[in-house]
Ligand binder design. Structure first.
Ligand code: PLP
Length: 354
């Protein structure tokens, strides 16, 4: 892979080809090996991935120092969120979340007819673990706690010790669904995946992972659930994942083997983050420290106006995330895309629009 210069230049953005900073995708694109694996797989895609799926499960299991019976492949982590919520829904179950977090949990919980209990976030949108603990303790029924770490749209991490202590305390009638879609982007050395707890035998925690982010495979729809085998069979009843996308499975296998590309992907994201942080500082727009491939920052005008000003320059940014009014989520594109975005933001400031 070439030096960062290769991603510092971009084609001129246009209406047809805008800079897409709105869905936390990975602008770098897939590992060349993964791309080739997907292309090769197309010619075999008249078949089911019966041979390749167990290979992918095994590679994932090894990556987490576990056996493949801890792994359930899913069509992206969205399918993992939905299926695990359905699997743990029984009579008198509440769904407990921070108020500002990834929306799919609430979306699928409501479809499953669960009451959704929201705990307001703290300063800088930090997740209030004590508040969540209280909601669980106050309830006489069963609780599903959905924790996104790092969180979306805030880009922040929750203290590993707090999360681990709570899970290790084994609160009764409680299952933790931990979504670590963005974990590979984290720089904070204190951050740990809950895979450690699963490895240590904890049965009250389910980990959800995706190939959509660091692996840049959002359109190929591959993810997985990692949990004690006692749960995997249960959750498996609610996925159609026994038959996964053939090209996606082959690409995921190749991507996992391409560690140097994954490192490169993180490095490019770090560079893009620096560019964005620098312009936000220069323009005195407050942001929370990002541990992901997106930045959550304050905006001086209404979000729809901010979105439109940037859209006029062919830059698409994040949607509204109530209750965070006056904030905008910008996904990190390539360094070239971020340099372009920085230039536009500075122009908008000079013109007194922002
Ligand atoms: N979880 C989180 C925290 C996300 O931000 C996203 C997508 O943005 C997903 C899960 C779902 O992604 P996918 O279904 O592509 O794995």
């Amino acid at each position: 892979v070439n030096a960062l210069s290769s991603v510092s230049e971009i084609a001129t953005p246009s209406l047809e080809n805008p800079v897409r900073l709105n869905f936390n995708e990975n602008a770098l694109g897939m590992s060349p090996n993964a791309k080739q694996a997907a292309i090769t797989a197309v010619s075999k895609a008249n078949r089911y991935a019966k041979h390749e799926m167990p290979l992918l499960s095994l590679a994932i299991a090894k990556h987490h120092n576990l056996n493949s019976d801890y792994v359930l492949l899913t069509a992206g982590s969205s399918e993992g969120i939905r299926s695990s919520i359905v699997a743990f829904t029984k009579e008198k179950t509440q769904f407990v979340i921070p108020e500002l977090t990834y929306g799919d949990g609430e979306y699928f919980a409501k479809i499953a007819n669960l009451p959704v209990i929201k705990v307001p976030n703290l300063t800088d949108w930090a997740i209030d673990i004590e508040g969540l603990i209280n909601k669980v303790e106050q309830y006489s029924g069963y609780s599903i706690v959905y924790l996104v770490n790092p969180n979306n749209p805030t880009s922040t991490i929750t203290d590993t010790k707090k999360v681990f202590d709570w899970i290790r305390s084994k609160p009764k009638n409680t299952i933790f669904i931990v979504d670590e879609a963005y974990a590979e982007f984290v720089n904070d050395a204190s951050y740990q995946s809950v895979d450690t707890l699963i490895e240590q035998g904890y049965e009250n925690v389910i980990l959800l992972k995706t190939f959509s982010k660091i692996h840049a495979m959002a359109g190929l729809r591959v993810g997985y659930v990692l949990a004690n085998p006692i749960h995997i069979k249960n959750i498996a009843q609610y996925v159609a994942g026994e038959k996964l996308n053939y090209c996606g499975v082959c690409a995921a296998l190749a991507s996992m083997e391409d560690q140097s590309y994954l490192k490169y992907s993180k490095k490019v994201t770090d560079t893009s983050r620096l560019i964005m942080e620098q312009v936000l500082k220069e323009l005195d727009l407050y942001y929370v420290a990002s541990e992901t491939n997106f930045i959550f920052h304050k905006i001086p005008i209404a979000l729809n106006e901010y979105q439109q000003l940037l859209k006029d320059k062919f830059i698409l940014v994040g949607r509204a995330f109530p209750p965070a009014n006056g904030w905008c989520r910008i996904s990190l594109g390539t360094p070239g895309e971020m340099l372009y975005t920085a230039t536009i933001l500075k122009q908008l400031r000079e013109q007194n629009f922002i």
